[in-house]
Design a protein around this ligand. Structure first.
Ligand code: HEC
Ligand code: HEC
Length: 158
């Protein structure tokens, strides 16, 4: 399978670059996200999967939490104590700000790493009835709801 071949190539490259043989394990763990919180899971995991905090920088999470009542065309508003709990969890576990831009990026699917990691997915697949939106991670990442985005659990629908 193509995925397997790619994994192998990457692991080999890593081994060559760093002179190590543990490349496979290290690589896989990088895309399993363990951070979880019951309030976040409940409030942010109903309309879509609860997106792992590590996939956006704290600045983006702050911007998202500041306008939950106007959230991508829907009202996802929660009461103030709930918002505070979720915001703290998201910011504590946020990813690095790789872009260093001052404009708060709101979409994981618009980050540079996302576009790069998904460049092999053909345009028609994103629009297909089985996927509908790039934000629909679990259409392809079978264990996305468990925070698992490893390449071993990806299956792109035809
Ligand atoms: C009432 C439904 C609803 C709830 C609740 C909700 N969202 Fe969303 N969210 C949406 C919709 C709709 C989109 C846009 C999906 C699309 O473009 O396909 C979205 C998109 C997003 C995106 C961008 C995904 C991308 O394209 O990369 C993030 C990040 C996000 N939501 C975070 C959250 C967080 C954090 C919470 C909890 C505080 C939350 N959402 C709760 C409906 C919801
Ligand atoms: C149309 C199918 C599809 C959708 C939808 C999709 N992905 Fe992916 N994703 C892939 C494919 C294919 C790869 C490349 C796997 C590989 O490296 O062989 C990938 C790779 C990744 C990787 C890197 C995995 C690794 O180990 O290299 C991450 C992280 C990721 N996706 C996160 C997401 C998130 C978060 C979402 C939703 C916001 C999402 N993906 C939506 C198909 C998809």
């Amino acid at each position: 399978m193509k995925t397997t071949k790619r994994t192998f190539r990457r692991a080999t490259l890593m081994a060559a670059a760093f002179g190590v043989t543990v490349g496979i394990a290290a690589r896989a763990d990088e895309h399993r996200f363990a951070a979880t919180n019951p309030v976040w899971q409940e409030e942010c995991g109903t309309c879509h999967i609860a997106y792992p905090p590590a996939l956006l920088p704290a600045k983006s999470w702050r911007a998202i939490m500041a306008q939950l009542d106007r959230h991508f065309g829907v009202d996802a508003g929660v009461d103030a104590p709930t918002a505070k709990t979720i915001a703290a969890f998201l910011e504590t576990n946020a990813g690095r700000d790789r872009r260093r831009s001052s404009v708060g990026l709101l979409r994981i699917t618009e980050t540079r790493w996302f576009v790069r990691e998904h460049d092999e997915v053909p345009a028609r697949v994103w629009k297909s009835p089985a996927v509908k939106s790039a934000a629909n991670c679990e259409a392809c990442h079978m264990r996305a709801a468990q925070g698992d985005f490893s390449e071993h659990t990806v299956k792109v629908p035809r």
